[in-house]
Design a protein around this ligand. Structure first.
Ligand code: G6Q
Length: 521
């Protein structure tokens, strides 16, 4: 188990006296220069983390001891890694990386090559479909939830600067009827495509919203069959091409929260950005997939970020990470990371089926800067609980148009705020006035790239996917299942049968707790 490793003990010893970044002169120019890694189009700056070269060495020893690289190679080759020994589990390969692998490989028999070929078939279908529809449609509504919503939505918003003219994408995810009504009020249904995305084809919210929108189409005299597209698993209850204008597939070796680069995100992103734009994004993701395979241990960007996260979580005992992009385009990116990280690594047993005696995934949250500075940053700076921060920034803006006000551009103001926060959180500020005292030592890291173009966006997505996966490898937990979301789903359907019985004035099935809640309606 993780907590019994030799490197765990070494790190534990080192953590008894972590470096004090608030101490005069410790956080300096030399440290910033030395604690930087430039790879795969990104600069990764970690001088504001509470680490020394000794700690970094011990973290790399942990990576070696936990065989992170062997596990990454096995994952990308298609070995069955979504499993837990000795108990019933999914037993699947994990091949989201194959979705963006557009190249032929000599070892055609490998599971990953087979998956990449399957992905290419869907991509070819998608390209042909996008050519066929030409300019018949102006709007697309994506209906889906969780992994079938958060990633595609985050990336669509992030890429809006590159949207084709006359194209808009909308999302309906919540079964709250206000969500669907709000979107339906914004579109001309005659010129609207609807893509229903559900890997299982059984999700209550998605199937309900599909019927909601189909009914609205029928009401205005349109044939839903001419407007609806399906993205689902082969042989799922939604796999019925006769009901759809087109059907695209995904597979059980692509997890929901890892599925943005499959058809789950492919349809809406190709509609918005053009098929070429979507491919550009895939190229970026693939470049990061190759980086993690080919980089040596000390040049591997997501691995270093993962190791620093483990240091903060398990040795400095920091329970939460705020991801703060200094980019308005990434306004929903943290929400996607929240699912990616918390659903993957919010686990309490390891891959041998034993309860763990150490902390696993942190609570992930955040909002873009500078906005966050004017709300919750107070608690990060002076609150009683330590919080670690991951900043994301870009040297250039997406739209390029900018204005010099008081001799600096908006982009310069944005970046100066990012760097100022990183320094202030690390070093703090001494004061005789306790109310103006800042303790510092709020560990943070900065991921910096040139510009949030489509390729960079793809790489950024893949960077975080790999960071999360690496942490799961280090803790030896299964990052690819999600049993934790099942219990509530089952209870909700029991409660729904109470609603039904009440509506039909029948004897309700007995479910005491549910009845108690329903008495308040
Ligand atoms: C993701 C989870 C979950 C899933 C949704 C939607 O990894 O499994 O968020 O994506 O519950 O599931 P369907 O795509 O099957 O509708």
């Amino acid at each position: 188990m993780f907590s019994h490793l030799k490197s765990f003990q070494a790190l534990k010893n080192l953590s008894s006296h972590p470096i004090d970044l608030s101490s005069e002169g410790v956080f300096n120019k030399k440290r910033v220069k030395e604690m930087a890694l430039s790879e795969a189009g990104f600069d990764f700056l970690y001088a504001a983390e509470r680490v020394t070269p000794e700690v970094i060495e011990a973290l790399y020893a942990l990576a070696l001891e936990t065989k992170t690289q062997e596990k990454m190679v096995a994952m990308q080759a298609g070995e069955v890694i979504n499993e837990i020994e000795g108990i019933e589990s999914e037993k699947r390969s994990v091949l989201h990386t194959a979705m963006r692998d557009q190249f032929d490989h000599p070892q055609e028999s490998q599971a990953s090559s087979k998956a990449a070929r399957m992905a290419r078939t869907e991509l070819d279908k998608l390209e042909a479909f996008m050519n066929e529809i030409e300019d018949k449609f102006t709007d697309l509504i994506q209906i889906g939830i969780g992994g079938s919503d958060l990633g595609p939505r985050a990336l669509y918003l992030a890429a809006k600067a590159f949207e084709l003219p006359q194209r808009r994408v909308h999302f309906i995810s919540n079964v709250d009827p206000d969500d669907a009504n709000h979107v339906l009020n914004q579109v001309n249904l005659e010129k609207t495509l609807v893509v229903v995305v559900s890997k299982s084809g059984t999700t209550l919210e998605t199937l309900t919203n599909e019927e909601f929108v189909r009914a609205r189409m029928a009401k205005v005299g349109l044939n839903p069959k001419h407007h609806f597209i399906a993205v689902t698993g082969e042989k799922s209850p939604m796999d019925d091409p006769s009901r759809y204008l087109a059907s695209f597939y995904m597979w059980d070796f692509v997890g929901g929260r890892y599925s943005v680069t499959s058809m789950v995100g492919g349809v809406c992103l190709s509609f918005a950005l053009g098929f070429r734009g979507f491919k550009e994004l895939l190229k970026g993701a693939h470049a990061m997939d190759r980086h993690v395979l080919s980089a040596d241990l000390r040049s591997n960007l997501p691995l270093l970020s993962a190791l620093l996260g483990v240091w903060n979580r398990n040795f400095l005992h920091i329970p939460t990470v705020a991801v703060i992009p200094y980019s308005q385009a990434l306004s929903r990116f943290t929400a996607h990371l929240q699912q990616l990280d918390m659903e993957s690594n919010g686990k309490r047993i390891d891959k041998m089926g034993s309860f763990v005696d150490f902390s696993t995934g942190p609570v992930v949250w955040g909002e873009p800067g500078t906005n966050g500075q004017h709300s919750f940053f107070q608690l990060i700076h002076q609150g009683t609980d330590p919080i670690s921060i991951e900043f994301i920034g870009f040297r250039k803006s997406q739209y390029v148009i900018d204005l010099e006000v008081e001799h600096t551009t908006c982009q310069e103001k944005l970046l100066s705020n990012l760097f100022a926060q990183s320094i202030a959180l690390a070093t703090g500020k001494k004061s005789d006035n306790p109310n103006r005292f800042f303790p510092g030592n709020r560990p943070n890291q900065i991921l910096l790239a040139d510009r949030l173009d489509l390729k960079t966006l793809g790489s950024l997505l893949s960077f975080y996917e790999h960071k999360v996966v690496y942490q799961g490898f280090i803790w030896n937990i299964n990052s690819f299942d999600q049993e934790g979301v099942q219990l509530g789903k089952v209870l909700a359907s029991q409660l729904l049968s109470l609603f039904r019985a009440k509506r039909e004035k029948k004897n309700p099935p007995s479910y005491d707790l549910g009845e108690a809640y329903l008495d308040f309606l």
